[in-house]
Design a binder for this molecule. Structure first.
Ligand code: ACO
Length: 334
């Protein structure tokens, strides 16, 4: 069995910054409410007229990651793309990347696991490398949320949280068993699917039905039972972090850097306090990006790495919880 490790990583967000004050111009909200409940100060939203999309942002992040890995797009054996906001109902964004990066006719899959999407994507890529099937896999998380949000006061409980962006990494084979991904742990609980959902359009409720409802059907906007999600998130985050540490005979004290999915700063702070982690052991950037769902962990990981916060041999723990519900963790030695 081989091990896999990240050999290159990068991220891209649209230049357009939307502050909390900007939001209050078109919905009844304010900076104090948003910062107090979520920690978010600003997010990046694709502006009208931009060419950016989940696939295009993903490709921009991927080019950076591939260059930093010292490879070219021709060296990539497989693509795993995590998003809940694909450019098309089908096909997925992974195949667009194969074309945009002028790659060989390699395989490409999309992962539809929302906030846990990047953890699932990384774990999937890791399995392909562990079995020896592939050597270099491009793993991308990207989201174009802003075009699908209810930007009226009706949607304020959800829309203020989300941002657009993409991150990518190259996961490569290593024969050093003490380096790279040590383990990953994935879970789901589908009975809570309707607590955080975009229900339409679906094959059951297709576009003509939505239009016929004359605006009464708002199932195409994200719905979230925020309190319920919050309560489940803090339980599952804690469980899955401990599951990862225990599986590797490690303890909380061994963590050099914990990067939680950037759902809400209050969730991250709760976990930090529960595990008694110092500020320098946790990396948060939701303040400047909002919740970018499948992109959030890889954007945070890339940014932390760019800032020199991850050193050789550091123990890095990633964890996520989100719609599905799904949750998971990855423990890796840098
Ligand atoms: N601006 C101003 N007021 C608002 C806003 C807003 N953007 N949104 C809601 N309000 C109002 C509500 O209308 C309500 O008013 P009322 O008391 O007059 O009815 C009041 O604020 C309280 O609303 P709640 O929804 O109860 O607010 P809560 O304190 O639960 O905070 C939040 C909402 C931030 C979403 C919270 O539930 C939460 O953190 N949930 C965790 C889920 C989460 O973080 N999800 C992120 C995405 S999912 C994921 O990635 C895991």
């Amino acid at each position: 069995m081989y091990n896999s490790k990240i050999t290159g990583l990068g991220f891209y967000v649209p230049e357009n910054v939307v502050t909390n004050d900007d939001l209050s111009k078109f919905m009844d909200t304010n900076d104090a409410w948003i910062q107090e409940r979520t920690g978010i100060k600003e997010r990046h939203w694709i502006p009208d007229g931009s060419e950016d999309s989940s696939a295009i942002m993903g490709a921009k992040a991927a080019r950076i990651a591939i260059e930093r890995s010292g490879l070219t797009s021709k060296d990539i054996d497989f693509i795993v793309f995590a998003t809940l906001s694909p450019d098309y109902f089908f096909p997925g964004c992974g195949v667009q990347i194969q074309d945009m990066l002028d790659m060989k006719t390699i395989g490409a899959i999309d992962i539809r696991n929302q906030c846990s999407g990047f953890i699932y994507a990384l774990s999937t890529a890791d399995q392909f490398i562990k079995t020896g099937m592939y050597k270099n896999i491009l793993v991308i998380g990207a989201e174009y949320h802003s075009n699908g949000l209810d930007k009226s006061t009706r949607g304020r409980g959800v829309s203020v949280i989300f941002g657009d962006g993409a991150g990518a990494c190259v996961l490569s084979r290593t024969e050093d068993n003490n380096k790279g991904i040590l383990s990953s742990h994935l879970h789901s609980e589908g009975k809570h699917a309707d607590k955080l959902i975009v229900a339409s359009p679906s094959i059951k409720n297709w576009v003509p039905e939505i239009i016929d409802s004359k605006g009464k059907d708002i199932s195409y906007f994200p719905y979230m039972d925020g309190t319920f999600v919050f309560k489940n998130a803090i339980v599952r985050f804690s469980e899955v972090i401990m599951e990862g540490l225990t599986a590797n005979n490690l303890s909380v004290n061994d963590i050099d850097l914990f990067i939680p999915h950037q759902a809400n700063l209050r969730i991250s702070q709760f976990i930090q306090q529960r595990f008694k982690l110092r500020d320098d052991q946790v990396y948060n950037n939701i303040m400047n990006y909002g919740n970018t769902t499948a992109a959030s962990i890889i954007i945070a990981l890339s940014e932390a790495w760019e800032k020199g916060k991850i050193k050789d041999n550091d123990l890095v723990v990633l964890a996520a919880f989100g719609s599905g519900f799904t949750w998971g963790s990855v423990v890796m030695k840098w």
